[in-house]
Design a protein around this ligand. Structure first.
Ligand code: CO8
Length: 265
């Protein structure tokens, strides 16, 4: 996407249609400081606007996807409501969830606190066998603040969410897969989860971008709308897609037994 220099993330193009963002504060296990989050939002928003990009992958290191919000940054904010309120502390955390294009999280190692919440903001999570998910905020005298309690409850239900939020226990990759936090655990091996995520992103990017973005929108709506409204939204968007060239191309290509050439129009 850009040749911009970042301090806390790396941005690359492993495929022409895929942007890979790697959190890069190895010494702090990718603790999510405010400057890091600003860079992350900026890189993803740029990719979201770039017509040549179809999907994004977000990853960390082998040891840590992200070990949470930056505790050292937070610890001095105690009791300064005026400060955190006026500076909109951590308010930009939700921005990832409003991107149009899919973001795949490739998680190895620790995904704790804000790191777990960041993964949950992504559209698909792939885990390496080393992945560990947890909401350890309770051990710091606080609770999740980046959506963990709500997004986990939607995905794994009350009892498991309560256990995670109230005990802070870390959940293994396999357990996370059994619970539905991640879509699957990839094979063992360094870099494997990123390779898989990039391959999946490339596959998604080969589809009609309009259809992909509409698909993301309706699936997300399932978490916000009641069933009748969700079904209506899905049907309306489905109707709308018949006004695209990609629908005509996709269905013609199928009839003519050839690969579609989507133009994202
Ligand atoms: N913040 C800042 N620094 C961190 C963090 C963190 N979250 N996690 C690790 N580090 C630092 C350590 O301080 C250490 O630095 P140094 O070398 O300078 O001492 C370095 O990373 C390496 O860490 P460890 O030596 O501790 O490595 P270990 O392998 O021994 O342990 C652990 C790894 C278990 C992951 C351990 O580091 C740990 O428990 N980290 C904290 C995990 C945690 O509590 N996370 C939750 C943070 S709170 C949060 O995320 C709230 C989110 C709110 C979002 C609100 C949005 C609106």
């Amino acid at each position: 996407t850009s040749q911009r220099q970042y301090n806390f993330i790396l941005v690359s193009r492993p495929e022409p249609s895929v942007v890979l963002v790697t959190l890069n504060r190895p010494k702090a296990l990718n603790a999510l400081s405010s400057p890091l989050f600003q860079e992350l939002n900026q890189a993803l928003e740029e990719a979201d606007k770039d017509d040549t990009v179809g999907a994004m992958v977000l990853t960390g290191s082998e040891k840590a996807f992200a070990a949470g919000a930056d505790i050292k940054e937070m610890k001095d904010k105690q009791c300064k409501f005026s400060n955190v309120f006026k500076n909109k502390f951590l308010e930009n955390w939700g921005e990832i969830a409003s991107l149009r294009k899919p973001v795949i999280a490739a998680v190895s190692g620790f995904a704790l606190g804000g790191g777990c919440e960041l993964a949950l903001m992504c559209d698909i999570i792939l885990a390496s066998p080393t992945a560990k998910f947890g909401q350890p905020e309770i051990n710091l005298g606080v609770i999740p603040g980046g959506g963990g309690s709500q997004r986990l409850a939607q995905v794994i239900g009350k009892s498991r969410t309560m256990e995670m939020v109230l005990t802070g226990r870390m959940v293994s990759a396999q357990e996370a897969a059994n619970w539905g936090i991640v879509s699957r655990v990839v094979a063992d091996g360094e870099g494997e989860v990123v390779k898989e995520a990039v391959a999946m992103a490339k596959d998604i990017a080969s589809k009609s971008q309009i259809a992909v973005q509409a698909g993301k929108e309706v699936v997300n709506a399932a978490y916000e709308l009641n069933l009748a409204e969700g079904l209506r939204l899905e049907r309306r968007l489905f109707h709308g897609l018949f006004a695209t060239n990609d629908q005509k191309e996709g269905m013609s290509a199928f009839s003519e037994k050839r690969k579609p050439n989507f133009t994202h129009t």
